[in-house]
Design a protein around this ligand. Structure first.
Ligand SMILES: Cc1ncc(COP(=O)(O)O)c(C=O)c1O
Length: 398
């Protein structure tokens, strides 16, 4: 008997295959707008200076590599909860707490397992479109997945359709919301839209699971937390998945948390006991290094200021690239058609380019982006915006 004989091959991640094609491309003018990591003007994904300094300190001060507990580093959990919910949030007294996870992905998977095991029968509702891994994470956890409309084929945010769909979601189901910098579209809800979503969530008694993977990349650390803090203040129960991958540049250190807000301190502890139990079966205890780096930065006012300034520069660079590209497109009479690029927030943009235009950009101009037309704006090169604008004009006007 050959045990492996019936095993078929699953197709690779399309973004990773795109990266392989990019690497193999010999055109020196090639441009990578595919993979979802921040890039600086040199095309590198930098380690923030505050991270390096914190790592140096840890190298000297660390005395043990013993396990950290099931909820992870307590100082990290508390400082990250403050960053997410606001340092003066009354929930932090005893009604909100973080369980450290391997990245935002780990937090989502932990939430998925929690829903499957502790809230059986509840479906989770995802925006259409969403980060493709959302669907596979919840499906893998055994949670039924539904969709609500978000951005239509006209490449516009459709809040009315979203609200209408959510108002028909079965009472008590879970709704996943992107706190800011919606991946893949870049279209975010306004504060007024969020209040309307909140009313539907209240009316249908839905449990919000807010994915917060880009805090600081939209409009600022506090501004990006608007929806998270609004929902946490107005609802008895909220789940938040927070990632330190992008804003701390800690991608490979797998640093994140699932933050639970509960109505009573006792119930919070009940939920947390379940999370520790589930995590025990998934990864036992989380990796320590990234969380120790984040805690070191957030606990030290100088490191924290340096980090937050660097994050501001990353955000400003993306915003400048967005406006720069739209002004370069103006020369080709395309500024209006691409005006949404400056409305969108975060690294990603649904450009509105068709699959055919995306493949022409790749084949004829070595510009790599995802087939859906999603572009990572941080991958743009400020010196070559005119060149890109001409390429876009060619594929749009031919
Ligand atoms: C919307 C969204 N959520 C969660 C994540 C997970 O991030 P990580 O697991 O790298 O922390 C990502 C990463 O790309 C994302 O785009």
């Amino acid at each position: 008997m050959r045990h492996f004989q019936p095993i078929a091959r699953v197709p690779g991640d399309p973004i990773l295959s795109l990266m392989d094609a990019y690497r193999a491309d010999r055109n020196p003018a090639k441009l990578d707008l595919g993979v979802g990591v921040y890039k600086d003007a040199q095309g590198l994904t930098p380690i923030p200076r505050a991270v390096k300094l914190a790592e140096q300190r840890l190298l000297d001060s660390e005395t043990s590599k013993s396990y950290i507990g099931g909820h992870g580093d307590a100082l990290f959990g508390s400082l990250l909860s403050q960053l997410v919910l606001g340092a003066d949030n009354p929930l932090l007294a005893n009604r909100a707490a973080a369980t450290q996870t391997p990245g935002g992905t780990g937090a989502l998977r932990l939430a998925g397992e929690f829903i499957a095991q502790c809230l059986p029968g509840r479906s989770i509702w995802l925006s259409d479109p969403t980060w493709p891994i959302h669907e596979s994470i919840f499906a893998a956890a055994g949670v039924r997945v539904g969709q609500y409309p978000y951005v239509g084929t006209d490449n516009r945010l459709n809040v009315e359709a979203m609200l209408a769909a959510l108002s028909h979601v079965p009472q008590g189901d879970v709704v996943l919301l992107h706190a800011c910098c919606h991946n893949p579209t870049g279209f975010d809800l306004s504060p007024r839209d969020w209040k309307r979503v909140l009313e539907v969530v209240k009316a249908r008694e839905l449990l919000p699971l807010i994915d917060f993977a880009y805090q600081g990349f939209g409009d600022g650390l506090a501004q990006d937390a608007f929806a998270v803090r609004l929902f946490a203040a107005e609802l008895p129960e909220v789940l938040i998945t927070s990632s330190c991958s992008k804003n701390f540049g800690l991608y490979r250190e797998r640093t994140g948390a699932l933050i639970v807000c509960a109505e009573q301190a006792e119930k919070l502890q009940d939920v947390r006991s379940q999370l520790a139990f589930i995590a025990r079966n998934l990864w036992s205890t989380p990796p320590a290094h990234g969380a120790a780096v984040v805690a070191t930065i957030l606990a030290d006012c100088n490191l924290r200021a340096a980090w937050s300034n660097e994050l501001d520069s990353m955000r400003q660079r993306i915003a400048q690239l967005r406006t720069g590209l739209v002004s370069a497109l103006q020369t080709h009479g395309l500024a209006e058609r691409f005006a949404h690029l400056v409305v969108q927030r975060g690294m990603f943009s649904y450009t509105g380019l068709s699959a055919l235009q995306v493949s022409r950009l790749r084949d004829e101009f070595s510009v790599y982006m995802v087939g859906s037309g999603r572009a990572n704006m941080a991958g743009l090169d400020a010196e070559r915006l005119d060149q890109l604008a001409s390429a876009i004009a060619r594929v749009c006007n031919d």
